[in-house]
Design a protein around this ligand. Structure first.
Ligand SMILES: [Zn+2]
Length: 442
């Protein structure tokens, strides 16, 4: 039997409405209990926050594309490598930290778990090697299905049961956790030098549309009753005017019911919504579509989202959205890495500098904050930076401070050279301060 007391900490638990009370927590054999014996080990948590371990729902922290980023960007670790003598192994890298640094940095912020958001099944072993080498935190991984040839064939023939059987086999073989879909059909079209920018664009050769892939994979996910709903990176990421594609994709979940083996109501998780909530026709007349998208999300109880907050850093973008990375390379002309994973997916990696004095990047910063501030139900809205795409996860404390204090975000906004453009393209300047901990209800 192991017993300990976490003493004198400030305890936070939104579910029970505990908001920073000074309390002692008693633990026996990994479970919180009312009391423990006199021989219990005491952990002094004076001046510290005591909370449930934070959960990272979407980050790129393990596997081949993360590693590609590490080896082709040595500059990422030139100025940010160190070792705490006798305690940690060497920590290197800023936007694409080593596995050691990844575990340490999440743990320092109170995280106990991170989900690797895109695992190519054929490279599952590499993903698990890195998960195994990541200290302190737990990790899991979502295999990608949205451009897999077997899936496309089954769904073209409307064979939901076969789709589900294939998903079950892949999850078992790769030790994956759930169904991830990245630019459905678009990454496969990329093999032909094409893309699917709307959910009705046909995928070459397979004669199927992104809408059919999304609908079919949601059905297969519920057929299996998996613990997590289908996890979607929508088509048309990062382009002005894409909020209509986003709304069309989310509407595919209307009327879909969760099988509910795990007590969840949600059937679709929409990831890094910031990158999918733009109005306008080009980067000149770009505007935020966060309100339109979040008004819809707020009404539909069977959706969850994460934000994808831009932190205004130099970072490294990486995604199974192969055509998007090529497009990004065309915009910023920095180096580009691309790989095709036969019959399954592709991936691209491009460094990116979110210059705060660029009106578009500063507006993306604002859109990410708007997404979270518009969310009526914080239990369905997760904060992410889509690490490292919109910024390194180590910037979460900054993101939280921007969200929790209007004063702090206004201060940041006013440092932008083109603050006036950000103010006219988004509604952030009008948003009121919110202290979410006061209104959180499960
Ligand atoms: Zn991602």
């Amino acid at each position: 039997m192991s017993e300990y007391i976490i003493k004198n900490g400030r305890v936070f638990d939104p579910v029970q409405g505990i908001k920073g009370d000074k309390k002692d927590i008693f633990v026996r054999d990994d479970k919180i209990v009312d009391s423990v014996g006199s021989g219990a080990k005491i952990i002094d948590a004076r001046d510290k926050t005591v909370m449930a371990g934070a959960i990272e729902v979407h980050a790129h922290v393990a596997g081949p594309k993360v590693n590609a980023g590490r080896w082709y960007r040595p500059e990422d670790k030139h100025f940010d490598s160190h070792k705490t003598a006798g305690i940690t192994r060497i920590e290197g890298g800023k936007s694409i930290p080593t596995v050691f640094k990844t575990g340490y940095e999440y743990a320092r912020m109170g995280f106990t778990f991170a989900m690797e958001a895109a695992m190519p099944p054929l490279y599952a072993r590499h993903v698990h090697e890195e998960i195994h080498d990541t200290p302190i935190i737990d990790e899991a991984a979502l295999p990608v299905f949205g451009n897999n040839w077997f899936i496309l064939e089954y769904l073209k023939n409307q064979e939901i049961e076969n789709t589900a059987a294939y998903i079950a086999w892949i999850l078992n073989q790769t030790k994956g956790y759930g169904v991830k879909v990245v630019n459905p059909g678009g990454t496969e079209a990329w093999a032909w030098g094409l893309n699917c920018l709307s959910i009705h664009d046909p995928v070459p050769y397979f004669d199927i549309t992104p809408a059919e892939i999304i609908t079919g994979l949601m059905a297969a996910n519920e057929y299996l009753g998996l613990p997590h709903s289908m996890h979607l990176h929508q088509n048309n990421l990062g382009n002005p005017g894409n909020y209509t594609t986003t709304l069309e994709s989310l509407k595919l979940a209307e009327g879909v019911k969760a099988k509910n083996n795990f007590g969840r109501e949600q059937v679709l998780h929409s990831t890094h919504l910031q990158f999918h909530s733009y109005k306008g026709t080009n980067w000149g007349d770009f505007e935020s579509g966060a309100k339109e998208v979040m008004d819809y999300v707020n009404r539909q109880k069977n959706l969850t989202i994460d934000t994808g907050n831009v932190t205004l850093d130099e970072t490294t973008t990486m995604t199974a959205d192969g055509p998007f990375e090529h497009h990004l390379h065309g915009l910023n002309h920095l180096k580009w890495f691309n790989v095709d994973v036969e019959l399954e997916t592709a991936a691209g990696v491009v460094p990116f500098i979110y210059d705060p004095n660029n009106a578009v990047f500063a507006s993306q910063w604002a859109v990410g904050l708007e997404i979270a501030l518009y969310a009526n139900d914080p239990m369905r809205c997760f904060i992410t930076t889509d690490h490292p795409n919109a910024g390194p996860f180590t910037r979460y404390p900054r993101v939280y401070s921007w969200l929790m204090s209007k004063k702090v975000r206004d201060e940041r906004l006013n440092t932008f050279k083109k603050a006036d453009k950000v103010i006219s393209a988004t509604t952030l300047a009008n948003s009121t301060a919110r202290s979410r901990s006061m209104s959180w209800q499960p």
